[in-house]
Design a protein around this ligand. Structure first.
Ligand code: ADP
Length: 423
């Protein structure tokens, strides 16, 4: 229980830190990128000014840009209304090799947008595997509109950004790992007092239950002594003594169940696992309860399919069978039926205990394995149960690495299904 709480706490800490760190790092990266591209953008705008000046002087876009200084790492694409693409300034110290023949619009989408909407477009895009910052703008020469694109490689800048991204990711992972380790340490420390208090409380329940057994046994023995001398007791007193015996029996069962659960909680119950002939055990318990079924007018069927051996603790498995069968008989009215089935499938033993009894309402079904949970509190005393039976059943099944499920239809009946690993 504490392990799960610990892990959940650590997971939350790591997740929260990841979100905070991730947001800060994202902002940092974005800021850095903006700063880098601001410089590149300024270069591109400056180059646009030069290009516009040259175009203004010659009134011929192609020759103007053909004469433009080519000692830049720039590419220029001219898109004329006739749809011809022509490039210049390809021979500067461009990082990727650049030839007129292979050159194409760096970003056709940007050209399209500017050609239709006018204005300008600036973006980073990839061309022949190299990152480019591309400025696309329109210009009207004579009466013809042109779209010009100036691109500059941003390989160096992109490498710096990539390095920064790698560093930030490593930082985030390291941060998460350190936070995980730190919060695990802190959570462990913080949970020490809670764990101690819990253990003390469980121990107290176990000790109290244990201590209560002796005086209870004494009360019962004394009450029994009194009934032996029933002739000396007034009829009313004899009834009271019988009541005392009934109540001490109930208390004894309750204390026994409490003790079992308290010990299970403190992990002080030994599960002695060895191969158990489950078929024989189911048959035996069914036989033992046959007379109770008969006395209540309930028909009880048994269906055993093949030999089934499970790896488990015979005493605990018997207790599990008693709980389920006792409940089936308790919550079935005279004239009803109880069916016990056992079969083996896929290395699992499947036990089913079904009845045609009162059933469990859908809203109560998820809670029946909780301690002291009872569907009908009015019947609790009359049924003689402790409200701990199914909690113990669930613990036994889980201690055997099995599963227990309940299916029920109100007024129709209930089926408990237990799957246990076979040996
Ligand atoms: P109890 O001692 O009250 O029987 P359990 O833990 O064994 O306690 O069962 C919890 C509750 O689940 C019962 O009070 C009863 O309301 C319901 N229940 C258990 N088994 C059956 C069953 N076979 N049919 C109908 N209700 C059941």
């Amino acid at each position: 229980m504490f392990r799960r709480a610990n892990l959940r706490l650590v997971a939350w800490n790591v997740a929260v830190l990841f979100v905070i760190l991730g947001s800060i790092e994202f902002l940092l990266y974005w800021q850095f990128q903006q700063k880098i591209y601001t410089g590149v953008n300024a270069e591109l705008y400056q180059h646009r000014e030069t290009a516009l000046q040259l175009i203004g002087q010659s009134q011929d876009v192609y020759s103007a840009l053909g004469n433009a200084p080519n000692n830049y790492s720039y590419r220029t694409v001219i898109s004329s209304p006739s749809g011809v693409n022509w490039t210049t300034n390809c021979t500067g110290p461009t990082i990727p090799p650049c030839s007129r023949a292979s050159f194409a619009p760096t970003s056709a989408a940007a050209i399209h947008r500017v050609a239709i909407q006018g204005g300008e477009d600036i973006r980073t895009t990839n061309f022949e595997g190299y990152p480019y910052r591309v400025l696309t703008f329109s210009v009207v020469v004579g009466s013809s509109p042109y779209v010009i694109q100036i691109g500059r490689t941003v390989l160096g800048e992109q490498e710096s950004l990539d390095q920064l991204a790698v560093l930030l990711v490593i930082g985030a992972i390291l941060g998460a790992l350190l936070t995980g380790a730190g919060s695990l340490l802190l959570a462990n420390r913080a949970l020490i007092p809670i764990r101690t208090a819990f253990a003390r409380q469980r121990q107290f329940t176990a000790d109290a239950s244990h201590e209560l057994r002796t005086p209870l046994a004494l009360i019962r023995a004394n009450a029994e002594m009194l009934t032996l001398h029933g002739d000396r007791l007034a009829a009313q007193d004899a009834e009271l003594v019988t009541e005392i015996i009934r109540e001490t029996d109930h208390l004894n069962r309750l204390i026994g169940d409490l003790l079992t659960l308290a010990r299970a909680d403190t992990d002080s119950v030994q599960i002695n696992t060895r191969p158990v002939d489950f078929r024989a055990l189911v048959g035996e318990v069914h036989e033992d309860l046959q007379h109770i079924a008969e006395s209540r007018g309930i028909e009880s069927d048994l269906s055993l399919n093949g030999a089934v051996t499970v790896a488990g603790d015979e005493v605990r498995l018997r207790q599990l069978l008693l709980i389920l069968l006792d409940n089936a008989l308790k919550y079935t009215d005279p004239g009803g039926r109880v069916m016990v089935g056992l079969a083996q499938a896929d290395r699992r033993a499947r036990l089913t205990v079904s009845d045609t009894g009162i059933g469990i309402p859908a809203t109560d079904r998820p809670h029946v394995f909780e301690r002291f949970y009872r569907v009908d509190r009015a019947r609790e005393h009359e049924s003689g149960g402790t409200g701990l039976g199914l909690a113990i059943a669930k613990w036994i099944v889980q201690a055997h690495n099995g599963e227990i499920k309940v299916e029920s239809e109100l007024g129709q009946g209930t089926t408990f299904q237990v799957d246990l690993p076979t040996s």
